[in-house]
Design a protein around this ligand. Structure first.
Ligand SMILES: Nc1ncnc2c1ncn2[C@@H]1O[C@H](COP(=O)(O)OP(=O)(O)O)[C@@H](O)[C@H]1O
Ligand SMILES: [Mg+2]
Length: 451
């Protein structure tokens, strides 16, 4: 099967973002953070700081700079970085990587970083295309086991019914499209376009007709299209510079491997400059627009001095994404040197960064975040179950509490319920421990062994 490797690595990115699928922005009112908004709760100062960063970026005053979000684990660093990308606009790429990945990859670290940077720059292109267009009336996705990991299911094909005001069509689509449908989170009442020649799906917005009066969504509402389902019209889509690199580096590549990203191949830098020139030409002809996105580098204290130097230079280029670093380390050695520095980062890089701190959550905030997450996962929690999860989240970590939701739901179903009760949470929290307890447990053994 073609592109299995690509699927495997693409799914990693996909999973990484899906833990934050409830986040649609920073939840701001002007520059002030609402108590809760766009899926985000609390962390008011950090969100307001992030909002200011968005302003600076949008007004072109952020060139050559970056952001560092520093705070304890599970305090929303990734969530806020994603919120920034969402606030920057529709189709703005968000590319989350972890510093340690750079070293585990088969690629040279500069190649890995270059690809990551180019994945975080979008190019919005307008063209006349033959498309299927309509509002989704029905969608059914069939799954198959992941080729490497049969316990994990991936989309295999889909059947989708879309309609205009006058016509309705049911289409069977292959794996490539099915994956795009999943990745875009296409649901009933979404208006979509399918470009057959480009093998690409675009989510235009939500149907106005499905708008509920008491429901506020961040997605755009659009009219149900007119005319035939299949038609020729202006098709607007966003690709990344990396996708353009890949398409041109490998003729005959299908979108299957492009959407599920990261080829492990190295790409010629000459080809990259050609692509950049072409894109700039399109921009000057008004056919395309450049959309700088966000490259999010988690656990950045793990980067070495070479990687920092490389990123420092990358920030100065004209085609650069916004780089957001995150760390939970204080003073530590810069990897590859004997120098101790704040967050293990070189001072000349730190000079370019605006630093945002995230703080541990209050109990009420934890409760609310769990509630939001459960409703996003379409899981019902009794109020006692929610209270217990909140306790667990407060005493251990938010992430641990959230991780208990899925197994607790399995237990509830086994016990013939749709709603998770306190006893289900008690049951799974005896079985699964948080990181701290688990490492303390092993440490107690290590101490015994040393004696
Ligand atoms: N303020 C918040 N509001 C809503 N959800 C949050 C908030 N902070 C964190 N989360 C969610 O909690 C989980 C852990 O947060 P995460 O952003 O991964 O923390 P960190 O990156 O600091 O370790 C994620 O699923 C995230 O989306
Ligand atoms: Mg994180």
């Amino acid at each position: 099967m073609q592109g299995i490797r690509e699927i495997a690595s693409g799914l990693k990115e996909f999973e990484r973002i899906s833990a934050h699928s409830h986040i649609t922005g920073l939840g701001l009112d002007g520059l002030k953070a609402k108590k809760e908004g766009d899926g985000l709760v609390g962390q008011v100062e950090a969100r307001e700081a992030a909002g200011l960063v968005v302003r600076l970026v949008k007004s072109g005053k952020f060139a050559g700079r970056g952001v560092l979000i520093a705070g304890p684990p599970g305090t929303g660093k990734t969530a806020i970085a994603l919120g920034i990308a969402k606030e920057l606009g529709k189709d703005v790429p968000f590319v989350p990587i972890t510093a340690s990945e750079i070293y585990s990859s088969e690629m040279k670290k500069t190649e890995f970083l270059t690809q990551a940077l180019r994945k975080a720059i979008g190019v919005r292109i307008r063209e006349y295309r033959k498309v299927y267009e309509g509002v989704v009336e029905d969608i059914k996705i069939n799954y198959m086991p992941h080729p490497y990991n049969p316990y994990y299911k991936i989309p295999q094909e889909a059947v989708i019914t879309i309609a205009t005001k006058q016509e309705k069509k049911t289409l069977s689509v292959d794996q490539n499209y099915a994956m795009q449908l999943v990745q875009l989170g296409v649901e009933k009442n979404d208006v979509i376009q399918i470009d057959v020649d480009g093998k690409r799906i675009v989510k235009v917005g939500k149907s106005e007709e499905a708008k509920k009066s008491d429901y506020i969504a961040t997605e755009e509402y659009v009219p149900v299209p007119d005319g035939s389902v299949f038609k020729e019209k202006e098709f607007v889509y966003t690709v990344t510079l990396h996708e353009l690199d890949v398409i041109n580096a490998r003729r005959g590549t299908d979108l299957f491997s492009i959407f599920f990203g990261a080829t492990s191949r190295e790409i010629d830098n000459e080809l990259r400059s050609k692509i950049d020139e072409t894109v700039k030409e399109w921009v000057s002809e008004g056919r395309a627009e450049i959309i700088p996105g966000v490259l999010f580098i988690d656990e950045c204290s793990m980067l070495d001095i070479d990687a920092f130097a490389f990123l420092n230079r990358a920030m100065e280029q004209d085609l650069a994404p916004i780089i957001i670093f995150a760390t939970n380390r204080g003073f530590t050695k810069i990897k590859g040197t004997d120098i101790t520095s704040p967050h293990g980062m070189p001072l000349d890089l730190l000079d370019r960064l605006l630093i945002i701190n995230t703080k541990p959550y209050e109990r009420d905030e934890i409760r609310r975040i769990i509630e939001i997450r459960a409703s996003k996962e379409k899981v019902n929690l009794s109020s006692e179950a929610l209270e217990l999860l909140t306790d667990i989240g407060y005493k251990t970590s938010l992430r641990h509490a959230m991780q208990l939701i899925a197994p607790a739901y399995e237990v509830a179903k086994e016990r013939g319920r749709e709603k998770i009760e306190k006893e289900d949470i008690e049951f799974v929290s005896r079985l699964f421990v948080d990181v701290k307890r688990s490492s303390e447990y092993l440490r107690s053994y290590e101490d015994k062994m040393l004696k």
